[in-house]
Structures are given as C-alpha cells and as structure tokens.
Design a protein around this ligand. Structure first.
Ligand code: PMP
Length: 352
C-alpha cells in the first residue's frame, strides 16, 4: 500500500540534536543558554500577556518592530521577526533558494545550517574553518559559483567561538556578487569584546544583499520563548515577513522581548558577568595546557578530535556538547558548575 511520502531529501536530513532539556539535568552546559533566571520586569510583562492566550498575537509584531527600530536605529521596515533566529533562517533560505541553488557556509559551524539548506531544496557547500577555528573567508569567496544564492557567515562562530574581523568582512563583501545574499548570523554578538570584530549593522547601509540575524535567546535569556529577528534591506525583510507562518511569534514572546530591550542595562550587567567568567575559564584551561581558540561568545571550544565523546562522558554529571571526531563545546554557566567542569578538564589532562 502506498504511503504519503515526504520529499526525498528527508532520507538524508539528520534530526537536529539539541542538548538535554534543562529539567532533566541540573548541570547543563550544553546549549549556550543564559544561566540567569528571567528579570522580574520581563516575567511580569510576559505573564500579563499569558493571561490573554485565548487571543491571537499581533501578526504585525508592531511593538517588537517599534522597539527594535529605536534601539538599533534602523527603520521598522528593515526588520522581520520569527520563532528564534533559526526560524528566521529557515524562512529566509526557503524564500531565496530553488532546487539546485548553492549555499556556501563555514564548517564546522551552527548545525542547523545544513538542515535549513537541505530543507530549502538547495545544495550546501561547506567550507572548512582555518586551523585557528576562524572562518576562511577567502576560501568561502572562492567557493561562490554561478549557482550560489546565499552565503552564511557566523560571527562569532558557534561552536568554536572566534569572530570575523571588520577588515575581513569588508574584504569578503567586495568579492560577493550583488545577487548573492550574505547572512551575517550574530546570535552571540552581545558577548563580543574584541574592538576589531565585524558588526553586521555597520555594513548594512548602502548594501542590498546583506542581512543580519539576531536573537533574544542568548544574551537576553529568552531561549524558551523563541524570538529572533532579521535586520536588512526592506525588500528582503518584506519577503521574510510574507514567508513566515501567520502568528508564528506569540505576544508573550514579543512582550518579553520589548521588556528586555527596556531593561538592557540590567541585562548587560549579566552579559558582563558571563564574559568575565568566560575569561576566567579560558585562562584556567590554557594554563592547564588546553589549546582553546579565542572565544567571543558564552562558550568555549576544546578541539579534542577523536577524544570528544570520551571527554564529554567524563564530564558527567556536567553535560557538555560533544561533536564526534571534532571537539567539545562548553557553555559558560553558573560559576559553581563551571568549576566542576574545570575540575573534570584538569582530571582529563592529568590522566594523560
Ligand atoms: N545562530 C547560531 C549561531 C546559534 O548558535 C543559534 C542557537 N544555538 C541560533 C542561531 C538560533 O538561536 P535561536 O533560534 O534560539 O534564536
């Protein structure tokens, strides 16, 4: 008997592997989440909206766009919101790619990239990172062909941590044809402290083929509410708004996002605490003999190669994120849990 059949691409798309849910593991350093609980002012606004759950949300995301437009000094029509920046990315690729189109992206990078590319019906062109875990933008520019529709740039890069510099991005953009869309994924931008880091918003003016992806999941601590956005040319934002399922983003998420933008000073103090904890972790690891690439995020990368899975198992009960054959990513969490992880890392080296 014949059965309903999904597109053939589903025979090879791997499921997205998420870290363990927080409720099942008290020592979770595997999903780059913010360790702080919601701010009372944010929780209050979200709760107010929760009481209106019998109503559909504002499909126009008016309050979000107004607030972001003031904060980022961009026009409202340059914005498109979605269910996390990953939701925006899936919509964007589905809207801009046809079968046979190519999407160039760095690898290793965010593991949703190949999934989103496959789902869009496009062909992924992964370009290996350099030995220092940074983007090889020259090789990425070389990989652009007549078939390339989109290039993904992840700065800072998940899971390795380094940024693309301002000069590197500027030089790269001169090599990208005007009909190729460049997506600058800045999920971790609030944790960046390097003064020479590229800023997606700085390169937008005057360019019609660049968009920036941002999220409330990391620095703003709203991962569970699923809200992110794109900033770019109005023509592209309009396409993404059209392609996004109606009512995708809830008013609860929008209220929490707007309340977070209003509480940005408090949230920045928290980011500062994470950054300072990150620096301590990197110092401790390096003085213990670990080779840790520069990180401008809320996680550190240990390039363990074939030892990745064994090392991660040894970190239990702290859960870290292993990428088989490549390395382990460890989120900067509460200091006590970070210390437990550092003990495990020291034990690992002592045994070698
Ligand atoms: N981009 C990068 C580089 C990420 O690491 C993540 C989250 N892991 C995202 C986008 C998506 O985040 P969200 O959908 O929660 O906004």
């Amino acid at each position: 008997m014949a059965l309903p059949r999904p597109r053939s691409v589903f025979q090879r798309i791997p499921a997205y592997r998420a870290g363990k849910p927080a409720h099942s593991d008290a020592y979770k350093l595997s999903s780059n989440e913010n360790p702080f609980p919601p701010l009372p002012s944010v929780l209050e606004r979200a709760s107010d909206e929760l009481a209106r759950m019998n109503r559909y949300p504002d499909a126009g995301m008016t309050a979000l766009y107004r607030s972001l437009s003031e904060r980022l000094d961009v026009d409202e029509d340059q914005l498109a919101g979605g269910t996390g920046s990953v939701g925006v990315l899936f919509t964007l690729l589905a809207a801009f790619c046809e079968a046979g189109d190519e999407v160039v992206y760095p690898w290793r990078s965010f593991e949703a990239y190949p999934i989103a590319v496959d789902l869009a019906g496009a062909t992924g062109v992964p370009v290996p990172l350099r030995d220092d875990a940074t983007h090889d933008l020259d090789a990425m520019a070389d990989a652009i062909t007549e078939a390339t529709r989109v290039v993904l740039v992840c700065t800072p890069n998940n899971p390795t941590g380094p940024v693309v510099t301002r000069d590197e991005l500027a030089a790269f953009l001169t090599r990208v044809p005007s009909d190729v869309l460049v997506v600058v994924d800045e999920a971790y931008v609030e944790f960046v402290r390097r003064p020479d880091a590229a800023r997606g918003l700085d390169v937008l003016p005057g360019r019609n083929n660049v968009v920036v992806l941002r999220t409330f999941s990391k620095a703003y601590g709203l991962a569970g509410l699923r809200i992110g956005y794109l900033v770019g040319p109005p023509a592209i934002a309009t396409v993404v708004r059209t392609a996004t399922p109606p009512f995708a983003v809830t008013d609860i998420a929008i209220a929490a996002a707007v309340a977070s933008l209003n509480a940005v000073d408090e949230l920045e103090q928290r980011v500062e605490a994470v950054v300072s904890e990150r620096e301590s972790m990197v110092d401790a690891l390096r003085s213990g003999g670990w080779d840790v690439p520069d990180t401008q995020t809320n996680f550190v990368w240990l390039p363990l190669g074939s030892d990745a899975l064994d090392f991660a198992a040894q970190c239990a009960p702290v859960s870290v994120r292993a990428f088989d054959g490549d390395g382990v990513r460890v989120t900067v969490g509460e200091p006590a849990i970070n210390a437990e992880f550092l003990d495990a890392a020291a034990r690992w080296r002592a045994a070698r």
